[in-house]
Design a protein around this ligand. Structure first.
Ligand code: NDP
Length: 300
């Protein structure tokens, strides 16, 4: 039976470290501030934004909660971003996705000041990550990297398979795993919807990161005994009694019989993603106000 990797407790320890960094900034006369912009009727997006605001409050980070009508002009969103870019009190800025269809999300991402880009989606920050000198790392893959480090998983020399090649999870995850740096140095295969015989790939892996958005795609028969399994997926599925439940991209019960360690859903990657947004906000405040915030770091 696999060990369960407890993302909640690893994230809690990280938040305690971050609280010390927030104190250092406050001592230097700057309280870190995160601005979130919501322009979506999607109730899930509203929940995500509220959680981000609550996380900030808990850590003593100030937040700005900007909400725009879904049918507002794209120009209104762009002006809001420009204002927040210019605001010296705002350290981190994110626009919750998705945005309405009449707004070009790529234009949104490219408009955010790269120094304030705590999602790390701006091409400048993506480029720095790929080049091997990241400023900010995207929250979910960075959270997974920290989760593996905290669990004592040595990625160096390991065979890793990342299932999914999205801009926010799969690609940056693979980039972090191949960096010539702590938390990297893994021999990494990236799989996607065109991959032939996914199981043949995952069965070779010491580390499997499943980020496909397909409920229970990876089961125990697709794992090497003792593999470390990180389940990024969050899928709401119907239950037999007409209700619903959250499941990951990994069939948990069968996978845990084969794996050496596995993250649960919920309580695995999710809390780490949230913690890493706070991490990036603190880092952004330190960089922009020239304060050494002394964050727990894995280079590369
Ligand atoms: P996307 O839909 O953007 O990307 C999914 C990727 O999986 C694509 O690259 C796709 O391939 C690939 N894929 C789809 N089906 C298969 C398959 N059958 N076999 C192999 N690869 C497949 O999703 P995200 O990366 O944004 O998110 C993935 C999951 O993680 C979702 O469930 C999401 O909710 C969750 N998530 C969780 C977070 C957390 O904090 N826990 C944070 C972010 C996301 P192709 O490119 O060919 O289409």
């Amino acid at each position: 039976m696999a060990d369960i990797i407890d993302g909640n407790s690893i994230a809690a320890a990280l938040r305690t470290d971050l609280a010390g960094s927030v104190d250092r900034l406050v001592d230097a006369d700057h309280r870190p501030t995160l601005a979130t912009v919501l322009m979506s009727p999607d109730p899930a997006s509203e929940t995500y934004v509220s959680m981000k605001q609550d996380d900030c409050e808990e850590l003593g980070i100030d937040s700005r909660d900007v909400r725009l009508d879904t049918d507002a002009a794209a120009a209104t969103l762009f002006e809001t971003i420009d204002d927040l870019n210019r605001d010296g009190d705002v350290d981190g800025l994110l626009v919750q996705s998705p945005v309405p269809d009449h707004v070009d999300y790529r234009e949104v991402v490219e408009r955010i000041d790269p120094m304030k880009d705590v999602d790390a989606f701006h091409p400048e920050n993506v480029g720095r990550l790929v080049a091997g000198y990241p400023r900010y790392k995207p929250c979910t893959p960075h959270g997974i990297q920290q989760l593996l480090a905290a669990t004592g998983v040595d990625t160096a020399g390991a065979d890793a398979v990342v299932v999914g090649r999205s801009r926010i999870v799969g690609k940056p995850m693979a980039n972090l795993l191949i960096q010539r740096a702590p938390g990297g140095n893994a021999t990494t295969t990236v799989c996607h919807s065109h991959t032939d015989d996914l199981g043949a790939k995952t069965r070779q892996a010491d580390i499997v990161v499943a980020a496909a958005g397909v409920p229970e795609l990876v089961d125990g028969s697709m794992l090497k005994p003792g593999a470390v399994v990180v389940d990024v997926g969050i899928n709401r599925v119907e239950t037999d009694d007409g209700g619903s439940e959250l499941v990951g991209d990994v069939a948990f019960e069968s996978a845990r019989e084969q794996a050496g360690a596995i993250t649960p859903v919920p309580g695995g990657v999710g809390p780490m993603t949230r913690a890493m947004l706070l991490y990036n906000t603190v880092k952004a405040a330190g960089l922009q106000h020239d304060v050494a915030v002394d964050l727990p770091d894995l280079a590369g």
